[in-house]
Design a protein around this ligand. Sequence first.
Ligand code: AGP
Length: 609
Amino acid sequence: MCGIVGYIGKREACPILIDGLKRLEYRGYDSAGIAVLNCGGIDIRKSIGKLKALECAIEGCAPKGTVGIGHTRWATHGRPSDENAHPHSDCSGQITVVHNGIIENYAELKSRLIAEGHAFASETDTEVAAHLIEQYYDGDLAKAVRSAARELEGSFALVVIARDEPDHIVAARRHSPLVIGLGEGECFLASDVAAFLKHTRRVIYVDDDNIVVVSRGGVGIFDLAGNPIDKEVSLVDWDAAMAERGGYEHFMLKEIHEQPRALRETMRGRLSSELDRVDLPGMNLSDEDIRRINRIVMIACGTAYHASMVGKYAIEELCRIPVEIDVASELRYRNPIIDDQTLAIVISQSGETIDTIVGLREAKEKGAKTLAITNVVGSMAARESDGVLYTYAGPEIAVASTKAYTTQLMVVYLIALYLAQIRGTLDPSRAAQLRAGLWELPGQAELILNDYSEVKRAAERYYCFNGFLYMARGINLASALEGALKIKEIAYIHAEGYAAGEMKHGPIAMIDPTFATIAIAVKSKTYDKILSNIKEVKARSGEVIAIANSHDTVIEDYADRIIRVPETEEILSPVLVAIPLQLMAYYVALGRSPNVDQPRNLAKTVTVE
Ligand code: AGP
């Protein structure tokens, strides 16, 4: 996820672009750049690092001109660097673009363009768009962008300027957000309204496969065939801070709601659209390497450790490879059994958690092949592992991890299916069932997010309780631990995640009317057992909130409250179960914690031991 801006009007573009990018830095901050069009051509300035670095670089020598585009990057293809920073240009310097999204077919397009003589200066997928537009450009930028957009696959919000067309900016959108701001004799383009809200509240939201032409006099919007489209003008009533959070009160709630998109982006290009196979070139393992693996060790901390718990269940069930998981801070002190037939998988949203990095180094020293699952391109985990599979969740600002967690689950499922595909350990019909189940998850997540009134009602009752017990069986034990961690870290309430079968070995002594139990009771081979565990809690005057499937009527005779999620394969259910538990923690915290996004004593990335 990156932030893009564009401006055309009567004022100097540079300060407007920089100010707009400042309000979009939450969308990415590993490099930034602007391009301003003036009589001398297109003046491009860009630098690695946060926007501040770019501001310092242009201080006293800002590019002059009243038309420009800008970008703040969250790297997906190509590590953070000056060369990979946007904007990107074609060979001739005629076309300059900024882009938010992932051009899935960039590799084949790049090969074709190179074969046709184009010279590339970066590793990014975005630069392909600049050269493709160049190829079609014959003096009509809008037409060239339309032609290029028809060839691009994946997600994009592109904003484009041409040296010889100083009186307009062209943009195109598919799956990545793009909004137009309408001023007096000036127009704005951005990833979201936060970038230009101080200048205008009149906006037009651009839809998929719209081509936009903005000039000082107004806006034209067209379909890919060039037919004009009428769009209504909306009035934004958020303030700028709310706009940065997409209108949500906290980044955590915004990021919870981003999960369907994040899941789709993480799956895109890895699960074939025909749902007939999984491809994971990022693993950087040959089929022979994969067949030689006789053990997997997963290393992580906190929420990422809970993702590794799900990974253990999934890989052992589908691939029949023994998987050992351990919190990184423990693994490194117990001389783990790792050799050259071990695959070590580290999971880390930030890719910088020092305990996890040290665990990774220990595994490498012992000869393991290493694979990182991380959300940050160019992070230490990514750089120091043999292979890397990125989650495409976009920047996660809230300390409490939500979209990073569910996209980590998506990646571990893809790994399990891929390893099983190569090792032939999974019945083809079962594999097809699971691939279809994965494909459905983003839409099912949307259903949960469309109505979670029952979660809000539960939180209103339970936010003042003394503690929570999250109990589950099987793969959802990870969900129980993750749900407990969420409520601990943002609501500061004691909470335990526990194997439900262990209740009678101690924890049931805690149950009383002020201690709420959350039972994960989705369809599973141990469903009847969890019903018995709920009965045990009820018999001791404990209140039970069940996370159950949409059409489950049996649960109604057991639990006090039921929060429902769509039915999916048991092995995939942690993705859906996670969402109401995140929301429960959030709404319980609202009543108790003054700062949900930055809870006390915590940091987003723990780079110290
Ligand atoms: C999760 O909500 C916490 N913020 C924390 O447990 C986090 O998951 C842990 O610090 C690991 O961080 P990483 O994924 O960046 O390595």
